[in-house]
Design a protein around this ligand. Structure first.
Ligand SMILES: [Zn+2]
Length: 278
């Protein structure tokens, strides 16, 4: 599991946390691949024969990396919804001791894809804590999960991708989008330029906006974008958040999409939503 350098702070926090692993760890922020890597890093740390930090070479580490460790359960919401049957199946497993010498780790990747029934079944399992099993929830942001799940979790926030301050080109696109939402002008002549928008830029823009929405929802709007968003009603912010999730999904599809079209959809959809009744 390669941990990108900008997530080193979280990796070292995890190493410290391993002395007394919380029952539920929630990793939000970053991107899906980074959350997955850190979730597996955590599983490796709790099972590695060498310990601190995980060696990456012992049998346990290799099995975690290859996804075949007997005490690693990886439920992937990135493929399909995580359904109640899958969570129920866990319950018989939770009654058993781990097969190895470490801790059983149950990872919910893209945990926002837990169906409500499955999320409730998981909550039930958490009521009978077991020292030999820990859970990991991986999600873009905690607001997408059941609040009762979040309140039981130890939450760590990964560095968000696409810090606009660090990338002047991205900041310019972000300003253009905010200006379009304000005035309805200027957007399409940017995206209409052939080759102006690639998938990387579109995703960076969507993720940067998501981060601003999160700051705003948490009452910590910093910078002009979040301050603009802070003027929106909670209902409108929620709609913007959903539109961003759709755009992110479209850009994550394995089939090619036109990234400029995704951004145009986002721009016009949100422009319309901002004018609809709150
Ligand atoms: Zn190891």
């Amino acid at each position: 599991m390669h941990i990108p350098e900008r997530q080193n702070r979280i990796a070292s926090l995890l190493l410290r946390l391993a002395a007394a692993p919380p029952q539920v760890l929630l990793l939000e922020g970053g991107d899906a691949a980074e959350r997955r890597a850190l979730g597996l890093f955590w599983a490796a740390r709790l099972n590695c024969a060498a310990g601190q930090p995980p060696c990456g070479a012992c049998r346990s580490c290799v099995q975690v990396r290859e996804g075949v460790h007997p005490d690693l359960v990886f439920l992937d919401g990135g493929q399909d919804k995580i359904k109640i049957d899958e969570v129920r199946e866990l319950r018989s497993l939770l009654g058993q001791a781990p097969r190895g010498d470490g801790v059983r780790v149950v990872v919910f990747h893209e945990a926002q894809e837990l169906t409500p029934q499955a999320a409730n079944a998981l909550l039930k399992s958490l009521e009978e804590p077991s020292r030999s099993t820990v859970f990991v929830l991986l999600a873009p942001q905690r607001e997408w999960l059941l609040p009762t799940l979040v309140s039981r979790s130890w939450t760590l926030t990964l560095a968000w991708p696409g810090e606009p301050g660090a990338d002047p080109a991205l900041a310019e696109w972000l300003d253009a989008l905010m200006e379009f939402w304000r005035s309805g002008r200027g957007w399409f002549r940017r995206t209409g330029v052939k080759g102006a928008v690639d998938k990387h830029l579109a995703m960076a823009l969507v993720l940067a906006l998501q981060r601003e929405v999160v700051h705003t929802l948490r009452g910590r709007p910093e910078g002009p974008v979040a301050q603009g968003l802070a003027r929106l009603s909670p209902g409108r912010l929620k709609r913007l958040d959903l539109a961003l999730a759709h755009a992110q999904d479209a850009l994550s599809l394995p089939t090619p999409v036109n990234p400029a079209l995704v951004l145009d959809w986002l721009a016009t959809h949100v422009h319309g939503a901002l004018r609809a009744p709150a």
